[in-house]
Design a protein around this ligand. Structure first.
Ligand SMILES: C[S@@+](CC[C@H](N)C(=O)[O-])C[C@H]1O[C@@H](n2cnc3c(N)ncnc32)[C@H](O)[C@@H]1O
Length: 396
């Protein structure tokens, strides 16, 4: 039998402090193939995602043990080693990716700090756990991280971070409620605050999976950017802590699709959906979702400082973290100003002017990283609409 020859063209890329190998994106484009069809995957648009990941790993301190159980080209793992000084396992089940990772390790002289593994992500997580666990674990799949969480939560040492990317955003954002139920055991609808609801559903799901193993998972940083949702959770041991999270931090949101009114509850939804106190329409319930703080103020400040100081942080990463700084401490679920204004037949206000007006009335308010035309505030919805009306009056 003549051996079958397979030719794969890889290209050398540079990102952050490293050079690495992945499928040639220009060639794919010439062939009319999407970048998702790459034999060795690399998405340059996820750079800011990796910039933040490197900052989070750096924030954990010196001598961090890290892993990317779905490493593809290995760019993330190589950066974690080169920029955050971590010792890293870069795993992928695709043999071509495995070889590309090995080439990347040699190219950067990272033989002593990065190890390439070739196996299923769940097996890799369990093997990491058997080896004493890691301080930082990245789960970065195509689509949902849900099937990988059960092994991943157990591979993180106490005090460590589990980082999750989800690209099945239409599911998390409530466009496909039946699939949301199957994949995340959650109920949802596409609400005006769908991106934040999706992040909160993902965080709650991770917390519930962790609780199965008497682990407490708590988000420290979360962002919804481009086509993905990203949550960083700190994992700690303890049945009591895990139960407290389920009791206090998880809950449901009742939402009126007609007028946009919403209310967040740290409890189960009632048997009857109920009606909106503002307009009387039937309410939708979204959850279980994380109803506590999605962003840990101290962590966000420290990670922002690292990103600002870093030589390799993209503008997008800095922008994400700086905007999130403003969101810290404000209640769940942003307001979509276009939707609110159009419902009241008012022109859509400037988000910046709206935030300033709310603050001058003594409310907390901020722009958000979710949508350009959205804000967060602790003002009641009626007050916000009054502000939008006043701004429209001033504009006339
Ligand atoms: C989105 S890419 C990862 C990108 C990479 N983390 C980065 O930052 O560039 C997903 C990778 O997961 C790999 N993969 C998919 N399912 C897997 C599984 N069950 N076990 C291990 N690897 C898997 C694919 O081969 C692909 O390389």
């Amino acid at each position: 039998v003549r051996p079958r020859r397979i030719t794969v063209s890889l290209r050398e890329y540079e990102e952050g402090a490293v050079r690495f190998y992945a499928s040639d994106l220009d060639e794919l484009e010439r062939l009319g193939l999407a970048y998702t069809k790459a034999r060795v995957f690399y998405n340059p648009h996820m750079r800011s995602n990796r910039d933040v990941a490197v900052a989070v790993a750096s924030w954990l301190g010196e001598g961090v043990r890290a892993a990317d159980v779905m490493a593809a080209s290995g760019v993330r793992a190589l950066r974690l080693a080169a920029e955050a000084g971590a010792t890293v396992v870069a795993n992928d089940r695709n043999p071509l990716a495995y070889h590309a990772i090995r080439m990347g390790i040699r190219r950067n002289g990272l033989e002593s700090s990065v190890d390439a593994w070739l196996m299923d992500a769940n097996l890799a997580s369990l093997a990491l756990r058997e080896g004493g666990g890691v301080d930082y674990l990245d789960v970065d799949p195509f689509g949902t991280p849900s099937p990988y969480l059960w092994a991943a939560v157990r591979a993180v040492r106490p005090g460590g971070i589990l980082a999750l990317t989800a690209t099945d955003t239409p599911v998390l954002y409530g466009v496909y409620p039946r699939k949301l139920r199957r994949v995340y055991f959650a109920r949802g609808t596409k609400a005006e605050f769908h991106k934040e609801a999706g992040l909160r559903i993902l965080a709650a799901y991770a917390a519930r999976v962790a609780a199965v193993y008497d682990l407490a998972a708590r988000p420290v940083l979360a962002h919804a950017t481009r086509h993905y949702a990203r949550v960083y959770l700190r994992i700690d041991r303890g049945a009591l802590r895990a139960s407290e999270i389920l009791d206090r931090e998880l809950g449901w949101t009742s939402y009126c699709p007609r007028c946009g009114w919403r209310s967040v509850h740290a409890s189960e939804p009632p048997a009857e959906e109920g009606s909106c106190p503002e307009c009387g329409s039937r309410l939708s319930w979204v959850g279980p979702m994380w109803v506590g703080d999605l962003q840990d103020g101290e962590a966000v400040e420290a990670i922002a400082a690292i990103l600002r100081k870093g030589n390799h942080s993209s503008r997008e990463a800095l922008q994400i973290i700086e905007t999130i700084r403003g969101e810290v401490g404000l209640p769940p679920l942003y307001y979509d100003l276009d939707a609110l204004a159009s419902r009241s037949r008012l022109p859509s206000p400037s988000p910046k002017a709206t935030v300033e007006a709310l603050r001058s009335l003594g409310y907390g308010a901020s722009l958000t990283h979710y949508e350009k035309k959205s804000i967060k505030t602790d003002a009641p919805i009626g007050e916000l609409i009054r502000v939008i009306r006043d701004l429209a009056g001033g504009a006339r």
